[in-house]
Ligand binder design. Structure first.
Ligand code: SF4
Length: 240
């Protein structure tokens, strides 16, 4: 790998560890897949996978409520790497029923209605995306929120009955941006406008200096509720 500028020794080691882990996952847990939110961390992993030609599938959940900047990432990835990211969409009948019974933006009214919306637009499509896979990979980091402080690099996801890998678990936000800058990785334009974490348009906002990284996600809820149902299943922690 040719770096455009020198990287710190700890980051060089973290990159090497993540690449070795991805190569090992591709070898031992095929078929494996990366769940990409099209945000910065997932672009680091996308770059590692596509530039080294690892046989790991990449998909995203097109919830129907993504900001246009996230949708533009699909074209940016295709232009940069010549690869199309797979997209999984919610069941249209389930979306129609939710909107008819509760309203398009009912997720602001209660945690239950928010989780129901995430269930329809994210959790069910994720289940389809993981069907037939032996492992999935995420860009989650411990530093991101109180709900991720104990995150390990390898877990067993008993809800989906497959291994789950978080190669960037120990990375800091600065590591992600150093990687993106050094390797000229395309990234979501919203990151330049104060969005460290990006999800659906109506449920994500920019944060102010000093605020928690996940403060812009479901900001009307308590910090310990802030997961969308994709990552809260009971897991067994394992060392790689
Ligand atoms: S993040 Fe918001 S719009 Fe997206 S699925 Fe969850 S509740 Fe619905």
């Amino acid at each position: 790998m040719q770096a455009a500028q020198p990287l710190s020794t700890p980051l060089t080691q973290r990159i090497s560890d993540a690449q070795l882990l991805l190569a090992d996952v591709a070898k031992r847990f095929s078929p494996a897949t990366l769940a990409s939110s099209l945000a910065a961390e997932d672009m680091v992993l996308t770059d590692m996978i596509l530039r080294t030609g690892l046989p790991i599938n990449i998909f995203t959940l097109e919830t129907g409520r993504l900001p246009k900047e996230s949708l533009e990432m699909l074209d940016k990835i295709k232009q940069h790497y010549g690869v199309e990211i797979e997209t999984y969409r919610p069941d249209p009948a389930a979306v129609d029923e939710y909107v008819k019974n509760h309203g398009l933006n009912a997720f602001y009214e209660s945690v239950d209605l928010r989780k129901t919306c995430c269930g329809i637009r994210k959790v069910e499509p994720l289940k389809r995306a993981l069907t037939g896979k032996r492992a999935w990979i995420t860009g989650m980091r411990r530093e991101q929120s109180v709900t991720r402080g104990e995150l390990d690099v390898q877990e067993y996801d008993s809800a989906h009955a497959l291994e789950k890998f978080n190669p960037l678990a120990g990375w800091l936000e600065g590591d992600v941006w150093d990687y993106i800058q050094t390797f000229s990785v395309p990234y979501n334009a919203l990151h330049d406008r104060g969005y460290p974490s990006i999800g659906c348009d109506p449920c994500t906002r920019a944060i102010k200096p000093g605020e928690d990284i996940r403060a812009g996600r479901w900001w009307w809820e308590n910090a310990d509720n802030k997961e969308c149902g994709l990552h809260v299943q009971p897991v067994e922690f394992r060392k790689p």
